[in-house]
Structure formats: structure tokens, C-alpha cells
Design a binder for this molecule. Structure first.
Ligand SMILES: *Cc1c(COP(=O)(O)O)cnc(C)c1O
Length: 369
């Protein structure tokens, strides 16, 4: 029995009829860009995120970039973000001409440590991008207070965390804007690339609608130089089917996280740190990421047993070859570095069964015994 990291075919089998019907509906209608499916998805995703508006775009990376541009971030500006995230976060900062300034993490969540923001701030700092990593929300209260104090824009990177909550409120509702990714493996995944900006600011929404369509509201009249970044109707129709199930799927991921924790306890595995939900936080477990010092040995044993794992991320962002020139040689990120040596993500998806979880944990227990 192979156990994948995530199982999109198993998910498709549970929604096949509705997906196939949704695709057929779009093909019969014959409208493929900026149509009723996208508009309905924007409304429903925004509502799910506690935001007034959603603007669907071509990817999560574009969502971050357009959100920054719409917030007025550009050349000469510094943007604070986590040293431990996917490459797209700093890539979007550099794409608008700004400079990323990295902040070390809190080892408990692997999210940006708010206590380190003050020391990282420069005279040019104009924005902060908290990344809700692995589906666990950032500690938003001190981040928002810091941003307010220094008049900084807040763009949440919600690519891994749609549906997560902080103090009862959904992520994506806290900042000036937030970026979602519909990359296939994400919690709300399309069958291709896709993304969305959600925002409570009408001016930001208006700006992004303009930017994503060549700076044009009226055919062949271009007010600003934008780009082409839109979500197609096929993906929007597919995502609408999946969005109706997202809350149940998030609950199933959380149930599986509890099953993992119970299994680790039952097997008496003490060498492993499990993901811990922090007070006031509700994680949606995009990844179930444990931390351990014997990572290579455990990963090998699991691989031989047909169990997939992943290291997200084996390198911290300031050490990426493409980013080194923006990082001072003297800067250190000890917590992020430690995490990059210790993290290991185990299979996690709504359809994962109790038996499969037992097999994964049993194999780890035997390896560490
Ligand atoms: C996936 C991801 C992105 C980028 O999303 P794409 O849709 O792949 O462009 C950005 N940030 C984080 C943290 C991600 O995990």
C-alpha cells in the first residue's frame, strides 16, 4: 500500500460527477475568460475569507505581486517577510521592484516571529507579508499593531491557509490585501494554476481588476500598464464545486492531525515534535510537519515502506542563490536554519484514513526505537 503526500485522484473520485458537469457547463456556454463562473467564485471565496471583494488571477504568485502593486509598493521600498517560506513570497516583492528584508521565525509554528519585526525594520520599510505557513495562522495581533504604528501595508500570504482562523476570524481578513493560491496541491486546488486576491479595501480591489486585464476597463482603452493575469472559467467552475466542500475537508484534515497526535502518543515516540496549534489559532494543516533530528533516517525508512514525505523547505530564503545579493552577510536566521534541518512533512489530505496514519506512525516508531 503506497501512501502519497496528497491524493488528488482520491479526491476527484468523490466529486467526479459534479466536476464533469461543471466543465461541460462552461464548454456549452463558450465563455472562457472573465465570465459568470469567475465572478461567482470571487464572491464566494471573499465571503469565506471574511473579505468584501475577491479578484481572481492566474496564480498565487501573481496575487502577491498584484496585491503589493495595488498597495503602492515599488522601487525603493523594503518589505518585511519570513525567512522561511516558499520562493514565490520574496519573488513577488522583487517583481514589483522592492527589496525583501527577511525576519527569523518562531520555532513553535515556523511563522515569522513578531518580536523580531522592530529590529528588522529599516527607514524604507513600507510593508510586511506574514505567511501563514503549513496552514497555521501567524500571530496577527502584534503584527497588525507593528504595521499600524509604522504605517505599513499588510499583505497576507494565505497560499497555504485558506479557511484557517485567528481569534475566530478567517485569515485573509486582517491585512490590506491577501493572496490565495489555487495550485493543485493547495487546500483549495484547481486543475491547473490559479490564485486570488481578497481585500476589504475597494480601492485595492479596483486597482487589481485594472492591472490584471492590461490596465483596461473598456476594450482597447488602456489607463495604466498592467498585465494579463486572469483565472479561466473552467478552473473557476471546478473551484466552485470544491469550495462547497472546503469546510468539511478542513475538518477532515484537522481530524487527521488529531489522529497523528494520538498515534504518536500511543507509540510513545518522544524524539519527534508535533505541530501544535497555538492559543486562538485554528490550523487547516496544508502540511502536517513534524520536527526531528533524525530526519534522513526516518525519511529513508518511510520511503522504503512506500510512504511519501517532503521537506518544506530544505533551504532558508536568505540562502537561496537568487536572493543572496539582497541579504547582508552578517545577518543570521538561526531558528529558520534549525527548522530547515529538522522539518519533515507527512502524508496529509482529507481522504487519508486512520489505518494509513497508523502505518505511517508505526513505521516511524520502529525506525526510532
Ligand atoms: C504556493 C505558494 C505561493 C504561490 O502560489 P502559486 O499559485 O504556486 O503561484 C506563494 N506563497 C506560498 C507560501 C505558497 O505556498
Amino acid at each position: 500500500m503506497q501512501i502519497p503526500l496528497t491524493d488528488l485522484q482520491a479526491q476527484y473520485r468523490t466529486i467526479r460527477r459534479e466536476i464533469d458537469r461543471a466543465i461541460q457547463r462552461v464548454l456549452d456556454r463558450g465563455q472562457f475568460i472573465l465570465g459568470p463562473e469567475g465572478a461567482a467564485l470571487e464572491r464566494d471565496v471573499a465571503a469565506a475569507c471574511g473579505a468584501r471583494e475577491g479578484i481572481a488571477v492566474a496564480s498565487g504568485t501573481d496575487a502577491l505581486e498584484l496585491a503589493l502593486r495595488a498597495c503602492g509598493i515599488g522601487p525603493g521600498d523594503d518589505v518585511l517577510t519570513s525567512a522561511f517560506s516558499f520562493f514565490a513570497t520574496p519573488e513577488a516583492i522583487l517583481a514589483v521592484g522592492a527589496r525583501p528584508v527577511f525576519v527569523d521565525i518562531d520555532p513553535a509554528t515556523c511563522n515569522l516571529d513578531p518580536a523580531r519585526l522592530d529590529a528588522a525594520r529599516t527607514r524604507r520599510t513600507r510593508a510586511v507579508i506574514p505567511v501563514h505557513l503549513y496552514g497555521h495562522p501567524c500571530e496577527m495581533a502584534p503584527i497588525l499593531a507593528f504595521a499600524r504604528r509604522h504605517r505599513l501595508a499588510v499583505v497576507e500570504d494565505c497560499a497555504q491557509a485558506i479557511g484557517a482562523r485567528y481569534r475566530g476570524r478567517p485569515v485573509g481578513s486582517f491585512g490590506d490585501a491577501a493572496a490565495l493560491s489555487f495550485y493543485p496541491s493547495k487546500n483549495l486546488g484547481a486543475y491547473g494554476d490559479g490564485g486570488m486576491v481578497v481585500t476589504n479595501r475597494p480601492d485595492v480591489a479596483r486597482r487589481i481588476r485594472l492591472l490584471r486585464a492590461h490596465g483596461s476597463r473598456q476594450q482597447y482603452r488602456h489607463l495604466v500598464v498592467g498585465t494579463n493575469s486572469r483565472l479561466d472559467e473552467l478552473q473557476a467552475a471546478i473551484l466552485r464545486v470544491k469550495l462547497r466542500r472546503l469546510a468539511r475537508w478542513s475538518d477532515a484534515r484537522r481530524r487527521n492531525a488529531r489522529r497523528y497526535a494520538a498515534a504518536f502518543r500511543r507509540h510513545g515516540v518522544r524524539q519527534v515534535e508535533l505541530p501544535q496549534e497555538q492559543p486562538g489559532c485554528r490550523s487547516v494543516y496544508y502540511l502536517y510537519t513534524i520536527q526531528l533530528s533524525d530526519r534522513r533516517r526516518v525519511q529513508g525508512a518511510l520511503s522504503r515502506a512506500g510512504i511519501a514525505t517532503q521537506v518544506a523547505y530544505p533551504s532558508i530564503l536568505p540562502h537561496q542563490p537568487a536572493l543572496r545579493r539582497w541579504v547582508a552577510r552578517s545577518q543570521r536566521f538561526p531558528q529558520a536554519q534549525e527548522a530547515s534541518r529538522r522539518v519533515l512533512s507527512l502524508p496529509m489530505y482529507p481522504e487519508l484514513t486512520a489505518r494509513q496514519i497508523e502505518r505511517v506512525v508505526g513505521r516511524i516508531a520502529r525506525c526510532l526505537a
